[in-house]
Design a protein around this ligand. Structure first.
Ligand code: SF4
Length: 375
């Protein structure tokens, strides 16, 4: 029997586990990255490898040790190193003596035949068309709901009266969603999660607003960015991330399949400054920074894995972009050496700077955003 594992990124393991189990496989759920994961990654990855490569490699080692015999990964295109990720990781792991099959799911727009062939390898039970529709409907709803409760945590955290309450509610919501068995459970849970967030006592306060842009893995996996969203929220900042997995899936799987430009708005906005594709999400970092600036955000934080080429290019363009759009920005470079206390100090200084600037501008009511999301 296939014992399947995959990279750990945010809460995505919850719908992936459901999906792969429903396809007739056993799942070895990947561990949330810890110091051990990173130490495996740094030990066996080439020195030049970027941080997400090391974390994912460490995760694979832990999954193989836990009994996985199949690893599933998304592919990558473009001139950065993402396209080589899985080939290199497979080679390193096989040289270490692990026996497994690596299944790479490439973007459908360019490799549809390969993608279908590889998905077939993961279907190891007899399923009817109705089963496929039910599985797809359930996992998509789960994914969307997980993103929704995370967004709500970003909106309520800076307003909470009791410190840490939004984080507790968020964890409870994730647990509820993970425990759902049927589609109907998810609609009931959606209502319940809204009630949980409604019940949090909130201050009448207009927080500083910061948009977070950057490379996908460090954006979406809190252990890799040292829980930056939580730190900022507890400093009283409303945080909005430029990328969530449900939106990313639509942009990069559904739209790619029909050869439509994914993340169209961000790329269009970036075009006057950054026209060429350079892999990763460098162009989107520029485009999303402009979108945040136009929406009245006070500041931008760019999350960049150390040595990430697309984000280095974006970083060199951001000073001009942010100056022209009247918004401050801060780049955080992340690797295994980055410490949480140092990060907190930098964030506090950045928030102080934005507060000083805010005194001259008209605040935007975040309460209305919370109400809109709840509606
Ligand atoms: S986008 Fe950056 S972090 Fe990701 S593979 Fe490319 S260079 Fe590495």
């Amino acid at each position: 029997m296939r014992r399947v594992s995959f990279p750990y990124m945010g809460t995505s393991y919850i719908p992936f586990e459901k999906l792969i189990t429903a396809f007739g496989n056993e799942v070895v759920v990947p561990q949330r990255p810890t110091e051990e994961t990173i130490s495996y990654g740094t030990k066996y990855a080439p020195e030049f490898a970027c941080y997400p490569f090391k974390i994912v490699l460490g995760t694979y080692i832990q999954a193989l040790k836990a009994g996985a015999n199949t690893l599933v990964s998304s592919g990558g295109v473009g001139p950065c190193r993402a396209g080589l990720y899985t080939t290199l990781q497979e080679k390193i792991l096989k040289d270490l003596g692990y026996e497994f099959e690596m299944i790479v799911l490439e973007p459908p727009g360019r490799h549809l035949k390969d993608l279908m062939h590889n998905i077939k390898k993961l279907i190891n039970t007899r399923l009817t068309l109705r089963d496929y529709l039910n599985i797809g409907r359930f996992t998509w709803k789960q994914l969307v709901l997980l993103d929704k409760v995370e967004r709500l945590s970003h909106k309520t955290r800076p307003l909470e009266v009791k410190k840490g309450e939004s984080t507790q509610v968020y964890k409870k919501c994730v647990e509820l969603i993970a425990g759902a068995e049927e589609y109907k459970d998810l609609t009931d849970i959606e209502r319940e999660t809204q009630q949980l967030y409604d019940a949090i006592e909130k201050r009448d306060y207009d927080p500083i607003k910061i948009g977070i842009v950057g490379e996908i893995y460090v954006l979406m996996e809190p252990s890799s960015n040292l829980e930056i969203e939580e730190i900022l929220g507890e400093l009283g900042v409303y945080v909005e991330r430029s990328m969530f997995l449900s939106g990313y899936t639509i942009s990069n799987a559904v739209m790619d399949l029909f050869h439509m430009a994914g993340e169209r708005d961000a790329k269009k906005m970036a075009a006057p400054y950054f026209k060429e594709m350079c892999g990763g999400h460098g162009r989107e970092s520029i485009g999303n920074s402009i979108i945040f600036a136009k929406r009245g955000f006070d500041g931008i934080i760019q999350l960049s894995p150390f040595t990430c080429i697309p984000e280095i290019v974006a970083k060199s363009i951001l000073p001009k972009v942010c100056k022209e759009h009247g918004v401050r920005f801060l780049t955080i470079s992340l690797d295994e050496q980055t410490g949480k206390e140092g990060l907190r100090t930098r964030l506090e200084a950045f928030v102080d700077l934005l507060m000083a600037k805010r005194k001259k501008t008209k605040p935007v009511k975040v309460k209305s955003l919370v109400a809109k999301e709840m509606a």
